[in-house]
Write a protein that binds this ligand. Structure first.
Ligand code: DGY
Length: 324
């Protein structure tokens, strides 16, 4: 082990909630981020010199170059995220570096944001907010900013893992019908009446609302492209809290302009923090800056989970949330 005083040395690439940093500094020889800026591959390698483990987050690009640039002392990367698409898992495996994530703890916070985006997009909350701030509101009017309601409508959920199921529970509270696509069908006690489709194409024609909850993989990149958008009912509402590249931005922008999509609510973007220019001028899209897990409770829980994984690794070699 590279660290001194019997405590493993870890690099934490970004500023984490105070309580998490306190525990990290108590239990580890922790190199905490002072300026909270993203490290490129070379800087990450330099900063990790002499470290046994690294905590990264979803905004860090941990490609093969970053992994290959890590010193040999680094044996584990604990990501402060459930998603792992920012990490080249193959490169980590090749170098024998373990990778862990933080499942479960951000499920409800992310489902809340998906629901918020469904409501905001359906009820034109962004447009209304902009109107009020611009002092352009002339007062209540019978036909002003009419949206559509959620009750009685069908939501199609793509990816019925923890977050998809959590959104389904919320949507039931709005008297929505639930249909879903998932690689495997849920057990009946988890399905709770939701209708299963074994392929996305069969689900789409029913989805007045479509909410994406699948991980980003080579198979799900541009899963929602122009061809599939055309299968949705005209005027459908799209919500993406999964990963930006799951949708083809050009196709979504075109559909928002043509009315094939009446509105969208997006929390994630291809190449974020860059946001496809086409969205910026559109009134019928609600844009959030990747807030899915952004509550104090959740971010603390994510940090503790990342530390639990380091604890597991350094004590038994068996972190609970090992991905590779
Ligand atoms: C994750 O954990 O993967 C989220 O996208 C970041 O909150």
């Amino acid at each position: 082990m590279a660290a001194t005083a019997n405590r493993p040395r870890i690099l934490v690439t970004r500023k984490l909630p105070e309580a998490v940093e306190r525990r990290a500094a108590r239990d580890y020889d922790a190199r905490l981020s002072t300026d909270d800026t993203a490290l490129d591959a070379a800087a990450m390698g330099d900063a990790a010199e002499g470290c046994d483990g690294v905590i990264v987050c979803a905004a860090d690009k941990v490609g093969a170059d970053a992994i290959d640039g890590l010193p040999d002392s680094v044996r584990i990367i604990a990501t402060f995220s459930v998603g792992t698409d920012h990490i080249d898992l193959g490169a980590a495996k090749r170098r024998g570096i373990a990778v862990t994530n933080t499942p479960d703890v951000l499920t409800d916070a992310t489902a809340d944001i998906a629901l918020l985006l469904m409501l905001a997009a359906a009820r034109r909350a962004g447009e209304g907010e902009r109107m009020v701030r611009a002092k352009a509101w002339g007062g209540w009017a019978p036909t002003q900013l009419l949206g559509t309601h959620m009750s009685g409508k069908t939501v199609g959920i793509v990816g019925m893992g923890r977050i998809g199921q959590s959104l389904a529970r919320r949507a039931r509270g709005f008297d929505m019908q639930i249909r879903y696509y998932n690689r495997t069908r849920l057990a009946p006690e988890l399905e709770l009446g939701a209708i299963y489709h074994d392929n996305v194409e069969d689900l789409l024609p029913h989805a007045e609302f479509l909410s994406l909850h699948c991980p980003l993989t080579p198979q799900t990149r541009h899963l929602l492209d122009a061809r599939r958008i055309a299968l949705l009912p005209k005027g459908a509402i799209l919500v993406n809290t999964a990963r930006g590249p799951v949708v083809d931005d050009r196709a979504v922008v075109a559909a928002l302009k043509s009315g094939q999509l009446s509105a969208a609510g997006l929390d994630v973007y291809d190449g974020e923090p860059h946001v496809h220019e086409g969205y910026l001028g559109l009134e019928n899209v609600v844009l959030l800056p990747h807030l899915g897990s952004a509550t104090t409770e959740t971010r603390e829980a994510m940090g503790f989970r990342a530390l639990d994984n380091l604890d597991g690794w350094f004590s038994t070699g068996e972190p609970a949330d090992r991905v590779v």
